[in-house]
Ligand binder design. Structure first.
Ligand SMILES: Cc1cc2nc3c(=O)[nH]c(=O)nc-3n(C[C@H](O)[C@H](O)[C@H](O)COP(=O)(O)OP(=O)(O)OC[C@H]3O[C@@H](n4cnc5c(N)ncnc54)[C@H](O)[C@@H]3O)c2cc1C
Length: 433
């Protein structure tokens, strides 16, 4: 692989030129890379799956610790524990766990890295039943800024383990994650699609339905375009319990109004995880915004529908995600992820192909976030923050910021790991939220 290929990531809007890309194959390589960067005072980025929309996997001039060759996944079927290297992707994890009839709660697009996703919290199709990725994390093996190899778990370096569950890549390079997997093999899932005109009723019904849905069901509403450019609205659902019970539970959702397509059917979990893969190909331009809310009143739905109808690219999407369930029952301070009580996340995904059109599509995403300002809780998902969101990073850490800053001070006092959603060591910024 040549330099230009090695510096490419999923989002084509990012064009950074690192001085060194250290393509690590194991813990010893990670130690050597950190030693080299420290000795030469190089700014240092960590690349997991390369899916951070803001391009935090790379830096200009400095050194990238590239984990993309560290992708192995080992499943222990008896204990249902899974050891995953720091550069693994969700698709690679699902493929291995499925062979044992198991799943680890993670995200919904297979090429996303388990590294950045987990350290940001990790929301996906199993979160209402089994929690976020961090709720299933048992331990991390990592290399710190002073090149020590340590373990963080409930029994070792407990403060660090707390911080890693939502604090991002601030504390060191996680060379492997250990997860608890669950017996999920076949789910009832897929899309129900409607013409865009039905959006106000479809999204209201989706909201009301989800507020009393069982934990086995996780579902999002989405504004998208069909392959011929027709504006559509849909609900994508995943039921991870008994299929026959799922058919009963999902019936009111599927029979609402006059769907154009009802593609909900039993499918293997990796197929569910792959349903959206084609919508997020490598090499498109991307700019994303998201905002979290406690409730979704009718007026917010009206604002969402109006903004979706102004979408500037047929490749873009507006997604209304509902969390809650097991993920929502964890206290806000039990892990570093601080937004358990804000179950609605509204995602403005601007995606296009021609770089010259960037301002139009970026403005659409920004205007969407602004339109929802009256309804939001001034909170954001850490892993969705774009490159110009560094000023609001504190809102992603919420009330946990000061505790995170203390852990940062202990494990990375020089802020060696700063190409990320950065927490300043021990800082005064901690009072910002
Ligand atoms: C198409 C797409 C779909 C997505 N879907 C979901 C979803 O369903 N659920 C969800 O929760 N999020 C989702 N996200 C957001 C995603 O979690 C973040 O973009 C995350 O940063 C991706 O992780 P990565 O390893 O691929 O990122 P990278 O860009 O490689 O890394 C991002 C940052 O994470 C840190 N990092 C990564 N790996 C490590 C490691 N091993 N050790 C220490 N630090 C590390 C570093 O700070 C790095 O700067 C999605 C993003 C995209 C683009």
């Amino acid at each position: 692989m040549g330099y230009d290929e090695a510096r490419q990531i999923w989002n084509a809007s990012i064009d950074k030129r690192p001085g060194v890309i250290a393509r690590c194959s194991g813990v010893a390589d990670v130690i050597a890379a950190i030693d080299f960067a420290r000795a030469n005072k190089l700014e240092t980025a960590i690349r997991g799956g390369g899916h951070n929309v803001g391009g935090r996997a790379l830096c200009d001039d400095g050194l990238v610790i590239d984990l993309s060759q560290m992708r192995s996944v080992h499943v222990d079927a008896a204990s249902r524990k899974v050891r995953v290297q720091g550069g693994a992707t969700l698709g690679g994890l699902d493929r291995e766990t499925h062979a044992f009839g198991l799943s680890v709660p993670c995200g919904i697009v297979p090429k996303t890295g388990i590294g950045g996703l987990t350290l940001g919290g990790g929301v996906g199709w199993l979160l209402r039943k089994y929690g976020m990725s961090i709720d299933n994390l048992l331990s991390c093996q990592m290399v710190t800024a002073d090149s020590r190899v340590i373990t963080a778990s409930k029994s070792e370096n407990e403060d660090l383990f707390w911080a890693l569950r939502g604090g991002g890549g601030n504390f060191g390079v996680v060379t492997s994650f250990e997860f608890q997997a669950h017996p999920v093999h076949t789910v009832l899932g897929g899309l129900v699609l409607y013409p865009r005109q039905a959006a106000p009723e479809v999204v209201r019904h989706f909201r009301d339905f989800m507020l009393s849905a069982p934990d086995e069901l996780t579902a999002y509403a989405a504004f998208i375009h069909g392959p011929d450019g027709t504006p559509l609205v849909g609900v994508i659902a995943c039921y991870c319990g008994e299929i026959s019970e799922g058919e009963r539970v999902l019936q009111p959702l599927r029979s609402f109004g006059r769907p154009m397509v009802d593609a909900i059917q039993p499918m293997p979990m990796p197929a569910m995880q792959g349903l959206l893969a084609a919508s997020f190909p490598d090499g498109n331009q991307n700019y994303w915004k998201s905002t979290m809310q406690r409730e979704l009143p009718d007026a917010a739905i009206d604002a969402i529908v109006a903004h979706a109808n102004k979408m500037s690219s047929p490749l873009s999407a507006l997604v209304v995600e509902y969390y809650g369930g097991a993920a929502g029952r964890v206290p806000n301070d039990a892990t570093a992820f601080p937004h358990r009580d804000l179950p609605w996340d509204i995602l403005f995904i601007a995606q296009w192909t021609d770089a010259a059109e960037t301002p139009i599509h970026r403005d659409w995403a920004r205007a969407g976030e602004a339109a929802l300002q009256p309804f939001t809780s001034n909170a954001h998902l850490l892993s969705i923050l774009d490159s110009d969101d560094d000023g609001i990073v504190n809102t992603a850490f919420g009330a946990n910021l000061s505790r995170l800053a203390a852990v940062k001070q202990k494990y990375d006092p020089t802020n060696f790991f700063r190409v990320n959603q950065n927490i300043k060591p021990g800082q005064a910024q901690a009072k910002a939220v």
